[in-house]
Design a binder for this molecule. Sequence first.
Ligand code: 13P
Length: 252
Amino acid sequence: MRIPFLAGNWKMHNTVCEALNLVQDLIISTNDVKDREVVVCPTFTALQAVSKLIEGTHIRLGAQNMYCAEKGAFTGEISPPMLKELCCRYVILGHSERRNVFGEDDELINKKIKMALDWGLHPILCVGESLKQREAGETKDWVKGQVEKDLHQLTPSEIEKMVIAYEPIWAIGTGKTDTAQGANDTIGMVRNLIADNSSYEVAQKVRILYGGSVKPGNVDGFMAQKEIDGALVGGAALKADSFARIVKYEEI
Ligand code: 13P
């Protein structure tokens, strides 16, 4: 039984003060939520303050990125022990914005995943196809290739600690979404791939999310799908009421 996972990726939004207000509201509006994991991923500058505020609550903390070294001459980067020190449990890796705006490739993402796991962090690996790939009918091949490269040489016990988010790039921030059935199919393919490359048991443990314009109005449909274990939410996670409604999706 996989615990549903609802995570907010705030991207480059919210000052410390705004972050605290949002999380304070979220603590109150979701405090009756049971059997669901609620995660917020603020910017680096807000992690410490948010970490203190959520101590002892049901909300968990994730970072949006990290570098694959413990320390050293890497100007502008943040290391896994720095995230651990702030009680981060998760770290988003391989988001399409990191890949496309900052030029991260699968080799680097694979290194980051290994390093995160070595430090006891749970990566939230993002994968997904472009519109061009979608229109060319290449979605499954592309996503399969990304997952294989990003999880290269990971052991089964490492893979089961992962969360994976299928985020079609054309659905991010556009208001367009994959269909619930379409997302379920691609996510099912990813789970089968993990079963083939690792084991059935491991594949049954890994939580695989959908991301891309998830909103209060469409979350119920995604969460009704058998293979979809949660959502990675951008824009709709920036308001407490809309993220709370997503967290409280209704079983249909
Ligand atoms: P939106 O929910 O704004 O489309 O963003 C999705 C996303 O990129 C989450 O990581």
